[in-house]
Design a protein around this ligand. Sequence first.
Ligand SMILES: Cc1ncc(COP(=O)(O)O)c(C=O)c1O
Length: 488
Amino acid sequence: MLRIPFYKPSIGAEEINEVVDTLKSGWLTTGPKTKQFEREFADYLKHRHAIAVNSCTAALHLALEAIGLKAGQGVIVPTMTFAATAEVVRYFGARPILADCRAEDFNLDVADADRKVQSALAAGQSVAAIMPVHYGGQIGDVAGVRSLARRHNLKIVEDAAHCCPAYYKDNGKKAEDGRQKIEDSGQWSVVSGQWSADRGPISNLPSPISHLPSTINHQPSTINHATPYINPQPSTLNLLNNGWLPVGSPADISCYSFYANKTITTGEGGMACTANDEYADRMRIMSLHGISRDAWKRYTTEGSWYYEIIAPGFKYNMADIAAAIGLQQLRKAEVFHRRRIELAGQYRERLNEVEEIVLPQVRPDRIHSWHLYVIRLKLDRLNIDRAQFIEELTRRGVGTSVHWMPLHMHPYYGKTYGYAPEDLPMAWALYPEIITLPLYPNMTEGDVEYVCESIKDIVSRNRRWTAAKTSPHPFPFPQWGTGWPEVG
Ligand SMILES: Cc1ncc(COP(=O)(O)O)c(C=O)c1O
């Protein structure tokens, strides 16, 4: 029996060497590597400012502090998210107003968010912000969120924990004002690889990266440690030149996670990104005790011993040891992304025919990061429930997870705000159906095959033959695309 863990990080010799270099340098805490990681991350996803911190949760907290969230105010938060998105609202004594998700992609249902804003306002409550979460790495309804935010004067603090990188098209709109200009350096005009305009199988796509391996094959460390930093990476540039926008627009602040299982990792870590100079300054200061200048400069020759505390800040700064890992992970982000797209394609090919499950769909105007691969069980066609299905997978050595039990169904939010499970009906109905399958760059095609064969075996042993094939499923299964980026 094979063992396929739910997640394995892809750490190679480059990360190890960079950490050793950091240890030898004497800069263990925030220092030059953190600054470099901030610059390179900002460049990669086209943000004006990037502030590296020790988690995405910290980034979200700093973001809400920077926009001036006050006790008693409301913030729209999707119920289909991780604890962090709502808990940071509670840190201020503010109220997370939970909104439902849509069936297509589990992202925020903006129409429901609109209803929730209206009823909060009607009850005399002020609503300060909205926190869209791009579930699993597929960007949600950007235009809808922007329009809702404009109508009600809400700040947008985006939880992009899963999105390094993810892209979207927004009815031909260019990046919002203030977003870093996307430079066409011409440097890549000789790069032959282009994202395909065809919706063919991913394996037919030419590699967009000529100097890096197009697949990982358990050897991410084949990237030469000496490779100079080059950004934007060619496939990113091709996408950007062809009308795709990187995640982050039109948010006031976007927050990313580098937790161990994320698309790139620093072990623990996060980044808060913004085009707004004031927010950036405030987050930087508050990330380190409210000290009014970068503390690491205190110990350099250009720095001085003098600093001022302007507010009771937090201890959220990223250490150089973590940034060292992040720098090398960032250089592999394109390779990792490509591998994730390939693996998602392999899952689709192998599971497409299984009628008892619903595969994730990708809108034609989205490029998924494939942080998560979430399937839905058609429970009316199976004799077992989700917990038993997961148990069967575990018995076959396949690690899985569930993203997530909706927040309003957790005791704290249920009791504190009086939510009944059915109050957010879509999330409530979807929750018993979802299972997240293993997906990470170091998986082989054989690993995917094994997971798929295990699923097929479980389904064939537990098929509910009596279920009428015509019985409608309570929620629609959209037939979007398969996730191939289109150019032009
Ligand atoms: C949607 C979402 N937001 C925020 C976080 C928190 O990230 P971190 O662990 O870096 O604080 C996570 C972590 O998994 C997440 O999935």
